[in-house]
Design a protein around this ligand. Structure first.
Ligand code: NAD
Length: 490
């Protein structure tokens, strides 16, 4: 057990409370399998109490109409997290296994910016749009549109970048005037519960506006997607769970925002001068945080004319990549979150080898660590796009290299996927590379190493990578309804 600052109680209706019957479950550090502490293990009734509190707060507090209060509370929460910044760093390393190196980026500091970003946006947003006067069938009318919060939002989040995803949902939903039930993944409860504690201790957020409920039962989220009192489910996780949420929500015509899996392709064009830097983003990207990122490019597409050069350059980079203890600031990659995930990755890699993939680097569970869940950074060559390893999301540090014939073939292979989340193109001729990027059906693209990630940039997927956009203005408007009003005038 650690003495690190944390919160293990649920946050329901403005109170930090134990789960029903005082039930708790272990929070395990994936780097060494140590139990760092416990977390409240909510029952279905706990979750239903949170939904009821969020509904009451939506209808009975002035949260939905008081923009000034909302902006103030988001800034208070931002300040509170900053006060506890180092505590969040330690919790995130311990329960996620995320490398310390990533704390100044997407694991913590970058998402913190969402709170002031959405506070500012709520203050300057055009809540009413005047459509002017029109001659209607019922006579002259003045028409306008008022933007209103969508209602009670269930935010269901995964374990891979918990601060990023908890805040990318909670901040815009609260700024829009919604009330929220946040259900973090079972593997990463503390980073979520800490938000509840800070909301209680440091902010004027009214009781019931924000609720945080953790449970060891991952399917408890089903209560959120079926409840008639939840207006919207905002979900990030696997495409399989996204499908279940959509189906479960159909009965109540639930509004769903889904940020799902990916199998993104990075295309290297045949005119690149320096192959090392052309494959660099994909090689480093796939090894960042053990490849446990939905927007990671996991397929590297290299022209057949320069295939071996591309494989060698990627192998050199992946082979020298520092990985190990996430506490060490030099490591880019730590452990995999839990044993089932580790075994899933290993199963996919071993099946790929049986199907003819050539293992150039890594290729199995790392054995130099006594404890924890570790997979070797891996490069597989001679992969064809019909193999499972090229089609299914792996969520591990595994890059596959696929040869292509010409630009059309590269575009065809990149788009031959049920997913459409992200990707990249590298090429010496900018117009040609941009033309290829525009033909890829994904929500984000990197051109010659550009990074699209930021509070103001909409992020989300085409095809089975999701519905809707997170972050940016679009990620705020997901949480709004539009009411058109017409007033008879003379
Ligand atoms: P998951 O999709 O099973 O879980 C994500 C969240 O959904 C968790 O909070 C979980 O408790 C909840 N959940 C699970 N079943 C639910 C249900 N029926 N109704 C409502 N909520 C439910 O993901 P996971 O088990 O954490 O990881 C499995 C796979 O998901 C990974 O291998 C990876 O491919 C993928 N994944 C994708 C992302 C992403 O950002 N796209 C993030 C994490 C994991």
């Amino acid at each position: 057990m650690t003495d690190m600052w944390h919160e293990e109680r649920l946050y329901i209706d403005g109170e930090l409370v134990d789960a029903e019957g005082g039930k708790v479950y272990d929070n395990v550090n994936p780097a060494n399998e140590e139990v760092i502490g416990v977390s409240a293990d909510a029952s279905g009734d706990d979750l239903r109490r949170a939904i009821a509190a969020a509904k009451r707060a939506f209808y009975e507090s002035d949260w939905t109409t008081n923009v000034e209060l909302r902006a103030r509370c988001l800034r208070q929460l931002h300040e509170a997290i900053q006060k506890h910044h180092d505590d969040f760093v330690e919790m995130t390393i311990a329960e996620v296994g995320a490398p310390r190196m990533l704390m100044s980026g997407p694991q913590l500091d970058a998402p913190l910016a969402y709170l002031p970003f959405y506070a500012d946006l709520a203050e300057r947003y055009e809540w009413t749009v005047d459509l002017g006067r029109a001659e209607t069938m019922a006579g002259p009318a003045h028409r306008w549109v008022e933007k209103e919060p969508a209602g009670v939002v269930a935010a269901i989040t995964p374990w891979n970048y918990p601060n990023q995803i908890n805040l990318a949902k909670t901040a815009p939903a609260l700024a829009a005037g919604c009330t929220v039930v946040l259900k973090p993944a079972p593997d990463t409860p503390w980073t979520g519960l800490a938000l509840g504690r800070l909301a209680a201790e440091y902010t004027d957020i009214p009781a019931g506006v924000l609720n945080v409920v953790t449970s060891s039962d991952k399917a408890i989220g089903e209560i959120l997607s079926t409840s008639p009192d939840v207006d919207m489910v905002s979900f990030t996780g696997s495409t399989a769970t996204g499908r279940r949420i959509m189906a479960a929500g159909a009965e109540t015509i639930k509004r769903v925002f889904l940020e799902l899996g990916g199998k993104s392709a990075h295309i290297v064009l045949d005119d690149v001068e320096d192959m090392g830097s052309a494959v660099g983003a994909a090689a480093f990207g796939v090894c960042t945080h053990g490849g446990q990122g939905c927007a990671t490019s996991t397929r590297l597409l290299v022209p057949r004319s320069r295939y071996e050069e591309g494989v060698e350059a990627a192998a050199a980079l992946i082979g020298m990549l520092p990985y190990g203890d996430p506490q060490e600031p030099g490591n880019m990659t730590g452990p995999i979150v839990n044993r089932p995930q580790l075994e899933k990755i290993d199963g996919m890699v071993q099946r790929a080898k049986e199907q003819g993939a050539r293992c150039v680097v890594g290729g199995g569970i790392a054995t130099q660590f006594e404890k924890g869940f570790w997979f070797q950074p891996t490069l597989l060559a001679d992969v064809t796009n019909d193999m499972e390893i090229a089609r299914d999301e792996i969520f591990g540090p595994v890059l596959v290299v696929i040869p292509y014939e010409d630009d059309d073939d590269a575009v065809r292979i990149a788009n031959d996927s049920i997913f459409g989340l992200s990707g990249g193109v590298t090429g010496a001729d900018r117009e040609r590379a941009l033309g290829v990027a525009r033909r890829i059906r994904t929500g984000t693209m990197s051109l010659n190493g550009g990074l699209w990630y930021g509070a103001d940039v909409p992020f989300g997927g085409y095809k089975q990578s999701g519905i809707g956009r997170e972050m940016g203005v679009a990620g705020f408007e997901e949480y709004l309804e539009q009411k058109a009003i017409a007033e008879a005038v003379s």
